[in-house]
Design a protein around this ligand. Sequence first.
Ligand code: CP
Ligand code: NVA
Length: 310
Amino acid sequence: MQNLHGRDLLTLGDLTPEEVEAVLERAVAQKQARRMAGKPPVPTGKSAALIFMKPSLRTRVSFELACVDLGLHPVVLGPADAFSREETVHDTIKVLERYVDVIVLRTFAQSHIEEVAEHASIPVVNALTDDYHPCQGLADLLTIREHKGGPSGLKLAYVGDGNNMAHTYLLAGALTGMHVSIAGPAGFEPSEAVVATARGLAAQYGTGAKFEVTSDVRAAVAGADVVVTDTWASMGQEAEHAARVAAFAGYSVDAALMSIADPGAIFMHCLPAHRGEEVQNDVIDAGYSVVFDEAENRLHAQRAWLSLVL
Ligand code: CP
Ligand code: NVA
């Protein structure tokens, strides 16, 4: 068993392939146990600060319930509570760690959570930044494994914005040996630094992962085992929504596009979805869509992570 005690999760790149496997194994075991047991959780006397500087449905509910399942007391904080009133990051964290045993943070800049982790003597978990969404990445690897096996050797096509989810799939693919093909319009590619990190991790661990960044959406989706998309305007980009809808014309995942994927392909989306924009109803409501399994698996993946680090 990998020892993850006390570890931060700021990006999936913080993990080795063996550690990813250990988290997924733990998640599978706990998912099964949760279905069968129905026993009340045993309080541990520990607690978690769940800080949301941006809105959330899935992440907030799944982290709160994961804490309750593990006997941790969750304390949910918003932008009026934490990093407010000109209190420094240093002081905020020194206060919080007198109360809680783990900090879960959704924020804007990756540099913000990195600063939090520098000051914190307790584990820090990234619940989404502008650059990464590692908890969604773990849940999605669990979902891919449940539906398609592997994921080593599978082709994952990500269609749309080169955002925090695109970055997360690049790193997830690097650690698990997937072929990750990212398709979007020019100017909306994932960060070259993240692509380079993914290539570096794949080489370091010898996972056999392959990467492509292209504007040719049909080439990316052809033969894919997993087709995934995400919103064209992420949280914080609301003012760009109309311009982005225009820029992403031709990159909506519809049934015609899915028809060139592998016949057994699944469709994924971290949600919230914008039906009629990045995905059409005939795809997200199809039998091959696993979007609500992904949402459920957030709980199992995060509970596994919390139980391993505490
Ligand atoms: N997928 C996801 O993180 O959803 P929320 O933004 O609702 O938490
Ligand atoms: N890329 C999206 C993901 C939401 C879960 C955003 O950052 O808003």
